[in-house]
Ligand binder design. Sequence first.
Ligand SMILES: *Cc1c(COP(=O)(O)O)cnc(C)c1O
Length: 422
Amino acid sequence: MFQGTRIVYVLRPMTQINENYQKLQAGYLFPEIGRRVAAFQSAHPEADLIKLGIGDITLPLAPAIVDALHAAVDEMGHEAHGYGPENGYAFLTDMIRAHDFEKRGVSIAADEIFVSDGSKQDSGNIQEIFGTGCSLCVTDPTYPVYVDTNVMAGRTGEADAEGRYDGIVYLPANAENNFMPGPPEERVDLIYLCSPNNPTGAVASRENLQQWVDWAQNHGSVILFDAAYDAFIQDPTLPHSIYEIEGARECAIEMRSFSKRAGFTGTRCAYMVIPHEAMGRTASGEKVSLNALWNRRHATKFNSVPYMIQKAAAAVFSPEGAEQTAAQVAYYMENAGRIREGLGSAGFEVFGGEHAPYIWMATPDKLTSWDFFDQLLDRANVVGTPGSGFGPSGEGFFRISAFNSHENVDTAIDRIKKAFGR
Ligand SMILES: *Cc1c(COP(=O)(O)O)cnc(C)c1O
């Protein structure tokens, strides 16, 4: 009882921490990248680094959004705008319903929308309304937030040497399944899907999503669908929302963000959709509305997105805002095309980048993801993201982001080709 470090406890009482945090893999991906880049820069202060790493926007806010922000600030100087409605102002949710859903033949009620300050937090927080014993499944590689927030909540055991947590079903995404795996054999309570995908840049077909929805319906599972990149879809026949799929209202929650579609990563606005038909159950088997549960959670722990930010988000749907933000997305997609083409025609194996701002490349010469990261930094002065940081199946891959200027992208492609003798 009084052995080892516990002696400290006896001498001086301390509050116990949530030990699930101790299971998290050391160093979140981006801090480790930052550490290596900083070390390189201090050793080579003259190097002109091109960063195609973290998925953050590089263009300034569109003029229509800036105008809406200014106007809203002036308004707030003339009249009080205090706590907003918990689910979001109707001027924004009406726009969302009309433009993001009705245009695609989907009907979403105002009280099925929950405006928030980001999909990162939504995708991390949503697990709170589910039992701690719920099983979960992710496609691998994956956005790390889905995994880490469930580790923190205690839904997993320890991670193995490759970073695979006990208690999570990992579905390998690879070239054979177009980086969009179908459902597993076993039943799982929660499934995280992201399309267009970060990090692979792949996009789900209607058939793939229908397979998932049918499976979720048959197994009484819940799909958590992250559509942060839907604006980057180029083929008009591809689904933008999971609710375009028959049966999804009964089994799917959707998360959407203004971050990538409209450059809101520093402005912060997103929303979650929970249809009234989506249900969970109590231990005794009673049905409970997920919408009602989240409404309770949201109203208790969140006090609405600032008025001027919601005004800015509404401006994304104005004719000017829609046109200007579409031009920004097109600018990034031009980069994605150049990277895909440039590296592909030089003999690198590249995936994604057609409906997403990410190119997923196989590392040359069978290098590990981190070895390629170091070599690219050292020989080409280009920063990307090691695929293994997104999950065990990302090993041997590398994510290149299209968020940068055309000039930098062209220079980076040239440097990568030269550095690897292509
Ligand atoms: C960038 C991103 C988001 C958006 O997060 P915000 O908190 O809204 O900025 C959500 N999901 C994925 C997979 C992302 O890459």
